[in-house]
Design a protein around this ligand. Structure first.
Ligand SMILES: Nc1ncnc2c1ncn2[C@@H]1O[C@H](COP(=O)(O)OP(=O)(O)OP(=O)(O)O)[C@@H](O)[C@H]1O
Ligand SMILES: [Mg+2]
Length: 276
């Protein structure tokens, strides 16, 4: 289904993604983990064609999506929806219009400009919001919703595209634990019920373990682990994050970066997450 072959992205002197290769042969929920700067976002952005790869091939059902141009590239981008940490909604626009914007690649700008959506599209948008438990928010401005609700609107917008693949770049990094769970549960359900592949960059190990069938670990642009949550032992995780003996299961890429960049002061801060 998806075959990633030696995909590389060079920025100046840095290989942000360095010869990444892996295959997903059936719909799956895949987590990508690794410390800050490992190349997780760059990989997703290449996959969605938000940024061009320097070299490599990314075959999806037999087509190299890195070579697509114009209309074909836009068609791929609607097959491969993206969700971001900061939701990327239009804050002052109502929720249902935000969801309908998922159709932009298909419908063109004219109906969008005048908010002239076919009734069938509007009904579908509301059904999707209902599935995510937020139909009653449909008429509100996006900015009036909580973070967890906004991320569910972003998921609804992605589903409006009816994508085969959903890419999520740290979808819960801005949410409190309860909302994070609601959002991850929604993604998991979408994978299980619809058979869509979900690839999510995740900043905490326990989320990757709990929700994903498979975890890919990146370090300095390279894939250094590719396996099941069971195979992701503490010592493997320590290797992925490049952390020392102080590493604990509760660690996140953020807390490790803080720990290593700023000694004495941040140790107190990190100490609350990395218990002794
Ligand atoms: N537009 C850019 N120009 C130059 N360098 C970049 C650019 N985008 C990313 N990089 C570099 O590429 C590397 C990988 O960055 P990337 O954002 O993919 O990491 P990440 O794993 O998503 O990190 P984080 O967990 O902080 O989001 C880093 O060294 C980063 O500085
Ligand atoms: Mg990132």
């Amino acid at each position: 289904m998806l075959h990633v072959e030696n995909v590389t992205k060079i920025f100046g002197q840095t290989a942000a993604v360095d010869n990444a290769s892996f295959t997903i042969d059936r719909p799956a929920m895949v987590g990508i983990i690794g410390r800050s700067g490992a190349g997780k976002s760059t990989f997703l952005r290449m996959m969605n064609r938000l940024t061009d790869a320097t070299s490599g091939r990314l075959m999806f059902n037999g087509t190299d999506i890195l070579q697509l141009k114009g209309r074909d590239k836009r068609a791929w981008q609607s097959q491969c929806a993206m969700i971001f940490q900061q939701f990327n909604l239009v804050p002052r626009m109502d929720v249902v219009s935000n969801v309908l914007h998922g159709l932009l690649n298909r419908r063109g700008t004219l109906p969008t400009l005048f908010n002239m959506w076919p009734a069938a599209d509007i009904h579908r948008a509301i059904d999707i919001l209902d599935r995510l438990g937020i139909a009653e928010q449909a008429a509100k401005r996006a900015e009036a919703l909580s973070g967890g609700q906004q991320q569910r609107v972003a998921i609804a917008r992605a589903l409006m595209q009816d994508p085969q693949v959903i890419l999520a770049d740290e979808p819960i990094a801005s949410l409190d634990p309860m909302n994070a769970q609601v959002v991850m549960d929604a993604l998991r359900r979408i994978h299980e019920e619809d058979g869509r592949t979900i690839i999510a960059n995740l900043h905490t190990l326990d989320t990757a373990r709990r929700y994903c069938d498979r975890v890919i670990g990146m370090r300095a642009g390279r894939i250094v682990f590719d396996g099941t949550p069971d195979q992701l032992t503490t010592s493997v995780a320590r290797e992925i994050y490049g952390a020392g003996a102080e590493f604990r299961e509760e660690a996140t890429s953020t807390s490790i970066a803080a720990l290593q960049s700023n000694d004495a002061q941040n140790r107190t801060f990190a100490g609350s997450m990395l218990s002794d």
